[in-house]
Design a binder for this molecule. Structure first.
Ligand SMILES: Cc1ncc(COP(=O)(O)O)c(C=O)c1O
Length: 420
């Protein structure tokens, strides 16, 4: 079916659904390829109805966290009520089996073994467990980028202070000419003393996707372990963790998977588990290669963790490929219109495989904080200003409920502010 015919056909399906009919709504579109569905507004209007949206502004800041669709929110509230109703009985009799089931479901989505993944409270906790749990010796080196997330850079500073580790910080260009350019930047920072390399799967300030597998293979050829910060990648675009060849992978689940706030996971390749010190003492009964040694952080928010299954169900219902195609379509919908305007700087690569839903845009001569302020006050658009490393602009992070009409408002704002 060609594009024009299928769009005509789907518009014949009529009015967009009430929230309770979302399953049926999605099932009507099963036969349409994700790439074609990406621009089928009638379908996404139906998905949008599954969210409670604040009418005060256009929310283009889903990068902090992706709030819940109504369906997951209702499930979460049910879990809060039920755990509260069952009290300690729940914690003593069911909590551990449920946690296991959630981790197994996550492992299936991540493509890894259930023995290599534990639930944490966020990406910071996941990644800092590895940075802090590595057996450092004075003079050891670690490699990272100035575009990495502040909390992890701070944790590396802490281990530098505590153990005499030397941190080598590279800078990733916003518009790399090739994967090799990036791989070489990391490779050049490695010495015989390098023990750990941290790399973002997707840089949070620009949305740039890095060639992680190539970086891992290069680092391994030099005997260096690789920890991937996947805070913005997981459930944003499709991949399987083992295919990345990394040693460690940490992510938040309240970002693109839309789990309630306070959930993440840590993946550790089986052969590396025994090498990491736990942050807090674990049960003496656990074997050295049992990943549960690593996340013994006390009583967790179990109602949040129980919602992981609901969030995964919702994500799979939308469809991983459909979501990825839609997010990439939305980003290019606005960025392609402004990329070549005078005075506009799109700080995200143009190539399809180097980005997905997130991009960053600045106006020459305008401070990012002023741009964010003007977006909100004059154009009713909520974003976040980024003003460090080689990035001066606002991060634009739509979600699947975002409409092209909302992005037209962003294009209008940028065109006017650039004086075009
Ligand atoms: C790249 C990256 N890593 C890690 C984090 C930390 O996530 P959290 O605050 O959920 O721990 C963030 C948060 O925005 C991020 O963007």
């Amino acid at each position: 079916m060609n594009k024009r015919t299928f769009i005509k056909n789907i518009s014949l399906l009529g009015v967009t659904p009430a929230f309770s009919h979302i399953d049926k709504w999605i099932s009507e579109y099963e036969h349409i390829m994700p790439a074609d569905l990406a621009s089928a507004e009638i379908f996404w209007e139906g998905i949008r109805k599954g969210y409670r949206l604040k009418p005060d502004y256009i929310n283009l800041e889903n990068g902090y966290f992706c709030f819940l669709p109504k369906e997951t929110l209702e499930n979460f509230i049910t879990h809060v009520r039920e755990v509260n109703y069952q009290g300690s009985y729940y914690m003593r009799t069911k909590r551990f089996d449920d946690n296991k089931a959630m981790a197994e479901k996550l492992a299936a989505l991540a493509g890894c073994s259930k023995d290599e993944l534990v639930i944490t409270r966020n990406a910071t906790e996941s990644l800092d467990l590895i940075i802090g749990g590595t057996h450092w010796q004075a003079g050891d080196e670690a490699v990272m980028a100035e575009q990495d997330y502040g909390s992890m850079l701070d944790m590396f500073k802490l281990v530098a202070k505590r153990h005499g580790v030397i941190n080598k910080i590279i800078s990733v260009p916003n518009h790399p000419a090739s994967d090799e350019e990036i791989v070489d930047l990391y490779a050049d920072a490695i010495t015989p003393k390098t023990k750990l390399l941290m790399v973002c799967h997707m840089i949070n300030i620009t949305g740039q996707i890095l060639p992680v597998k190539k970086i891992c293979d290069m680092a391994h050829s030099k005997g260096v372990k690789v920890m991937v910060d996947g805070a913005h990648a997981f459930a944003h675009f499709s991949f399987s963790i083992p295919d990345l060849h990394c040693d460690y992978y940490g992510t938040s689940l309240h970002k693109w998977l839309s789990v309630p706030l306070g959930a993440g996971f840590l993946y550790v390749k089986k052969e590396n588990i025994a090498e990491i010190w736990p942050l807090l003492a674990d049960s003496a009964d656990l074997k050295d290669d049992d990943i549960h040694r690593l996340n013994h952080t006390g009583t967790p928010p179990v109602h949040t963790d129980l919602s992981i299954a609901n969030a995964i169900d919702y994500y799979l219902k939308i469809g991983a490929r459909r979501k990825e195609e839609r997010l990439r379509y939305l980003q290019h919908y606005w960025s392609d219109k402004v990329r070549n305007l005078p005075n506009v700087m799109v700080n995200t690569p143009v190539e399809m495989e180097r980005s997905c839903g997130i991009a960053n845009v600045g106006i020459k001569g305008m401070k990012p904080a002023d741009l964010a302020d003007t977006f909100l006050k004059k154009y009713n658009i909520y974003t976040v200003a980024i003003d460090y490393a080689n990035v001066q602009g606002c991060r634009i992070s739509p979600n699947i409920y975002t409409t092209p009409k909302e992005l037209d408002q962003l294009v209008k704002a940028l065109t006017e502010l650039a004086g075009s």
